[in-house]
Design a protein around this ligand. Structure first.
Ligand code: GSH
Length: 211
């Protein structure tokens, strides 16, 4: 039994779901709202002591940190391999994951998407200074990902990898901000990949109910 704890609005939960769906692994979603008043329930902190989502439970094995969850999903179950086989290609895939975790999530999702799109939707003012200060790093992130991206159809070429699963949820949100759409226009490989990935079954199936 595979249980994935989190909320469908989370880009990190969606990365893990994409890997499960691409792999064809049956799983159950266990709702945890990290942004609920008072934070996640105390019992969830046994699974994820930092109070972030997602966390995975497979029988008596529990795991948190999305990059670890993604690798576990690929290595523990049958289905199409989601990691390349050569050392260089595996290192490249890890490089994608690290850029997304260390630079892209905070900048593209929180500094730009949340400020420009989520807050506007909620009728709250956007923090223009925060957005403007994030644009330089956002440009570097998009240029770096574009330089690493293959000609397609997937980020690493012919094989869909964990890099696609991790990048798609963040970049799709980023693209809905005007600043994101503009920056992505200067990244033709990323743009073509995003357009293709948007219609993938796994992506459609993991769409948040609220969007
Ligand atoms: N290092 C964690 C990060 C996960 C993460 O930041 N998840 C976000 C949702 S997309 C979260 O739980 N945020 C709640 C918070 O920051 O309080 C991982 O790789 O799984």
């Amino acid at each position: 039994m595979i249980e994935l704890y989190g909320a469908d609005y989370s880009v990190y939960l969606r990365s893990a779901r994409l890997a499960l769906l691409e792999k064809g692994v049956a799983h159950e979603l266990r709702p945890i709202d990290v942004f609920a008043p008072g934070g996640p329930p105390e019992s969830y902190l046994q699974l994820q002591p930092f109070g972030k989502i997602p966390a995975l439970k497979h029988d008596d094995f529990t795991l948190h940190e999305t990059a670890a969850i993604l690798r576990y999903i690929d290595e523990a179950f049958d289905g199409p391999p989601l990691q390349p086989s050569t050392p260089r290609a595996r290192a490249r895939m890890t490089q994608f994951l690290s850029i997304l975790d260390n630079y892209a999530y905070r900048t593209l999702v929180w500094d730009i998407y949340v400020e420009r799109v989520s807050k506007t939707r909620e009728g709250a003012p956007s923090d223009e200074v925060r957005i403007a200060s994030a644009l330089g790093l956002a440009r570097t992130i998009i240029q770096a990902l574009e330089a690493l991206a293959a000609d397609g159809p997937f980020l690493m070429g012919g094989q869909l990898t964990l890099a696609d699963c991790h990048a798609a949820p963040m970049l799709t949100l980023f693209e809905t901000a005007d600043e994101g759409a503009l920056l992505l226009r200067s990244a033709p490989r990323l743009s073509a990949w995003l357009q293709m990935f948007r219609d993938r079954n796994s992506f459609l199936q993991s769409k948040p109910a609220s969007r």
